[in-house]
Design a protein around this ligand. Structure first.
Ligand code: UD1
Ligand code: CA
Length: 465
């Protein structure tokens, strides 16, 4: 929309969060509060988006660095929401059109609701239009005061009379403003209230006195305009967001055994017929294929999982790719930069780091495979370790196709085990093994005949003492 400008107020400290981190950088299902608001703003395709930052400005800007269309203005001192909007004057004054004001701490607002606000605003040819909601427990919010049905002013909680406290229609803190009269009117907001702040909602009474049209639009799902001011509210909103994501997944054909304990971040994609067991965490930029099983306790972060993969209990996968038909876990750890090929079996207590396992390869128990390439159909025995670190540098282990690595082998990198080679159990492999060769890297076993009996004769029996 060519004459639509979005302003996001995000300079406040969020004292009630009791946090070192600016309030709006707290995350809800993997996205910061402010990123969620920025997405809503961008979805409106406005001519400009301006964010008023202050507390933790640098951190906030850094977190939004990828959003190149955002422009920032700094509110050095947080003197109130009216003062905050005034900071956009150098960027917006003299422009025509509409400003939509979003609150940086209200991440649930839908794009459809903003569009409905704009429709009401235009229809009423209003100077200001307020989104309101009805809250049975309105404590803490500004109340909408009406005279003969029309909005006459907004009163903040701390400034309410006893009668006004009972009003259940509240101010969402989200508005549409006609740009033409805006900045002159903002100049006339004063600070004669309990907090001594410049209150943006005072604009309503100012416009009414000037006989300008002021409209309201009431959001149906009141939860949409919930602001986050405390950890308790962060928890409540997180539950709502999570529930919505889980409903979307189920609608798309994913089975959640227990939606109440399924934790899926905003951008995660899951294919149909995948079954997710209780207490599973799917985080960041993760994609899960169809017909997978993800068992309890699994945590998958920024990873791509193919179709029909079975992730057994308590397996952690980070920044890795797992191809179709693979089995992982229980208790497997797939660390960043790994690629688990088709039909690979990774069993219990196996750790991979920057390791590529070819199709059908197996490491079924107790292994550390780091900085390694493992060919298709290779079998890695229990207790195998790639010694990839010499105390200073990391080195590669290259294992070909169809190799058999006997149990408890120590592969000292850099080392190559060529195709079809065979490593005897318990070997310390320090030099390359040619294709098809048997490598035995351990001292030879010696049997001393009759040794047990001869020792018993030398020592008196302990039990007879
Ligand atoms: C505000 C409204 C209240 C409404 C509520 C809805 C005012 C005075 N009150 O109250 O009527 O019911 O939102 O959630 O506006 N901010 C700045 N600079 C400042 C002050 C605030 O950028 O100097 C930002 C905050 O970071 C926040 C937003 O403005 O994103 C709202 O401020 P906040 O202090 O949370 O206002 P509320 O007390 O919630
Ligand atoms: Ca607030």
């Amino acid at each position: 929309m060519s004459d639509l400008h979005v302003v996001v107020l995000a300079a406040g400290k969020g004292t009630r969060m009791k946090s070192q981190l600016p309030k709006i950088l707290h995350k809800i299902s993997g996205l910061t509060i402010i990123e969620r608001v920025a997405r809503t703003a961008a979805a409106l395709q406005p001519a400009s988006i301006t964010m008023v930052v202050g507390h933790g400005a640098d951190e906030v800007k850094r977190s939004l660095a990828k959003r190149t269309r955002l422009q920032f203005v700094t509110q050095e001192q947080q003197l109130g929401t009216g003062h905050a909007l005034l900071q956009t004057r150098p960027l917006l004054e003299g422009k025509s059109g509409t400003v939509v004001l979003l609150s940086g701490d209200a991440p649930l607002l839908s794009v459809d609701s903003v569009k409905a606000l704009l429709a009401t605003h235009q229809e009423a040819a209003a100077a200001a239009t307020v989104i309101t909601a009805t809250f049975p427990r309105p404590f803490g919010y500004g109340r909408i005061v009406r005279t003969s049905g029309k909005i006459s002013k907004i009163v903040e909680e701390r400034d309410t009379t006893t009668a006004q406290k009972a009003i259940t229609e509240i101010n969402s803190g989200i508005y549409a403003f006609d740009l033409a009269p805006l900045f002159a009117a903002l100049d006339s907001i004063g600070t004669s209230n309990k907090q001594g702040e410049y209150y943006l909602p005072d604009l309503i009474a100012i416009y009414r006195k000037q006989k300008r049209a002021v409209a309201t639009w009431t959001v149906q799902r009141a939860d949409e305009i919930r602001g986050i001011n405390s950890r308790a509210e962060l928890g409540e909103v997180t539950t709502m967001v999570r529930q919505q994501k889980n409903e979307e997944l189920m609608a798309a054909g994913v089975t959640l055994i227990d939606p109440a304990t399924t934790y899926v971040d905003a951008d995660v994609v899951v294919g149909p017929d995948t079954v997710i067991y209780p207490c599973v965490f799917l985080e960041g930029n993760t994609k899960i294929g169809g017909a997978c099983e993800i068992h309890s306790g699994a945590r998958i972060v920024n990873s791509t999982i193919g179709d029909r993969v079975c992730v057994r209990n308590h397996t952690v996968v980070t920044d890795s790719t797992v191809e179709a038909g693979a089995f992982l876990g229980p208790f497997a750890h797939i660390r960043p930069g790994s690629k688990v090929g088709e039909d690979v079996h990774i069993g219990n207590f196996v750790e991979l780091k920057k390791t590529d396992m070819g199709k059908g390869a197996k490491a079924n128990h107790l292994a550390y495979l780091g900085d390694a390439t493992i060919g298709p159909k290779t079998n890695v025995g229990a207790g195998t370790i790639t010694c990839n670190y010499d105390g200073e540098k990391k080195h590669q282990t290259v294992i070909g196709a169809g190799v058999f690595v006997g149990s408890n082998s120590t592969l000292v990198a850099p080392v190559t085990l060529a195709d079809g080679s065979y490593i005897a159990a318990g070997s310390a492999v320090t030099t390359d093994v040619p294709a098809g060769a048997l490598a035995i890297g351990r001292s030879r076993q010696e049997n001393k005949e009759g040794w047990v009996a001869s020792r018993k004769q030398k020592k008196p029996d302990a039990s007879s003492q």
